[in-house]
Write a protein that binds this ligand. Structure first.
Ligand SMILES: C[S@@+](CC[C@H](N)C(=O)[O-])C[C@H]1O[C@@H](n2cnc3c(N)ncnc32)[C@H](O)[C@@H]1O
Length: 393
């Protein structure tokens, strides 16, 4: 994959206009002082699960993605009025509506351990600089910024990528903190993600923060945040919801593999997992999820027996779709996760429409942000912060 040449590692400076403004948050105002529901811009909106999680809390007034397939999913669920199908590189800040907040779930491929790790120089993850350019170009910058990505953002290269973004936000007048929220606290899917939340430097956020790390700050975040200027340890309540089990989400209408395909899949299960499967069968086994991986030059199907699915990924490679082993009518069968199951694993409502092929649907969900995670963050931190930010002015 070609590298993004324009941004190298250096933090982009604010535009001349922003520099003239002093790059300070005195210029950060919003349109929503008139409205009760704060407004938000959904950059890299994909299939719309961020907007879904924000429903009733923040109103999405503009959303952007350059994938026509994802756009179909977004529009089917949220309408097309505020959706823009284009590349972020073509967007000018002066063209988009003012809003209280801006969210960017920027592409993760260059930060993901499974990817090539070109980092923030990569052509995909480097698009975060385009987001910041647009913020610079806006007549009034949003008061609240949220950037979301995989754990590599804080853990890779000794935290270098996080620090680069932190510095870019500082230059623009924001102070920030990162929290890690794993979807497994709400859903039967292991999906840890980093959320950087930024507010104007002059805003007193002592009500919303702690002097030390808490539960959303794993060691990687503590390492990167400790001692950093303009860093905030955000305070959030733990989720109290009952977690559903993988077996609660099974799509009973999904067709299973034929006998020979099932046999072939089960033969790929490594011997230690086969042993565990036999033990589970004696204890009312219902379902296990797993990925096919290459180990020592051989393809194996590794299962997990904790009633949780592995992290959904985009099905670009044949081995990246998750396989289920189920007990059905007294025997074991296998099949790929259905699209409806991927939607359930992301916490999308049953009514969420996912048009397109199997791969389109799987990709739309595999790339998204889990709905209850967005909702918890929005309810317990972003909305209270936004109200306080708007009260201040
Ligand atoms: C991590 S996904 C975001 C998913 C989304 N927040 C959701 O919940 O469905 C990153 C998104 O960035 C989009 N994207 C990649 N390159 C882009 C570009 N140049 N301009 C706009 N969007 C782009 C992809 O199509 C993808 O939907």
């Amino acid at each position: 994959m070609k590298k993004r040449v324009t941004n190298k590692y250096k933090v982009k400076q604010p535009s001349q206009r922003a520099v003239r403004r002093g790059g300070h948050m005195s210029n950060i105002e919003t349109s929503s002082q008139k409205t009760t529901t704060p407004t938000i811009l959904d950059f890299f909106a994909g299939s719309g699960l961020v907007t879904e999680g924000m429903r009733g809390l923040f109103e999405t007034v503009w959303a952007l993605d350059n994938s026509s397939k994802k756009a179909t999913v977004y529009i089917a669920n949220h309408g097309q009025e505020h959706f823009k199908l284009d590349s972020i590189e073509k967007i000018r800040g002066s063209e988009i509506p003012e809003a209280d907040a801006a969210w960017a779930s920027f592409p993760c491929q260059d930060l993901s351990l499974a990817g090539r790790m070109d980092g923030l120089e990569g052509v995909r993850s480097g698009l975060v600089w385009e987001w910041l350019r647009i913020i610079d170009e806006m007549n009034r910058r949003p008061k609240l910024l949220i950037a979301e990505n995989v754990l590599g953002l804080v853990s890779a290269e000794g935290g270098e990528y996080y620090r680069a973004i932190h510095k870019a936000l500082q230059i623009r007048g924001y102070k920030s903190g990162a929290v890690v929220l794993d979807a497994v606290k709400w859903l039967p899917q292991s999906r840890p993600r980093v959320f950087i939340v930024s507010v104007p430097k002059e805003f007193d956020c002592s009500r919303f923060s702690m002097p030390f790390p808490g539960w959303p700050h794993p060691a990687s975040v503590v390492r990167v945040g400790a001692g950093l200027a303009d860093w905030i340890w955000w305070k959030m309540p733990q989720p109290g919801q009952k977690i559903r089990r993988l077996s609660d989400l099974i799509d009973k209408t999904a067709p299973c593999d034929c006998e020979s395909k099932t046999k072939q899949n089960l033969a790929m299960v490594p011997s230690n997992h086969q042993k565990q499967l036999l033990q589970e069968l004696a204890n009312g086994f219902k379902v296990a999820a797993g990925y096919k991986r290459t180990r020592n030059g051989r393809q194996v199907l590794e299962l997990r027996f904790d009633q949780v699915a592995g992290c959904l990924r985009t099905p670009d490679g044949g081995s990246s779709r998750q396989v289920l082993v189920l007990k059905k009518e007294g025997r074991l069968v296998t099949r790929l996760l259905s699209v409806r199951e991927t939607a359930r694993l992301m916490g999308a409502p049953e009514s969420y429409s996912i048009p397109g092929t199997y791969n389109d649907g799987y990709k739309a969900m595999g790339d998204a942000v889990a709905v209850p995670v967005v909702r918890h963050l929005a309810k317990s931190l972003l909305l209270p912060l936004m109200r306080a930010l708007n009260e201040k002015n």
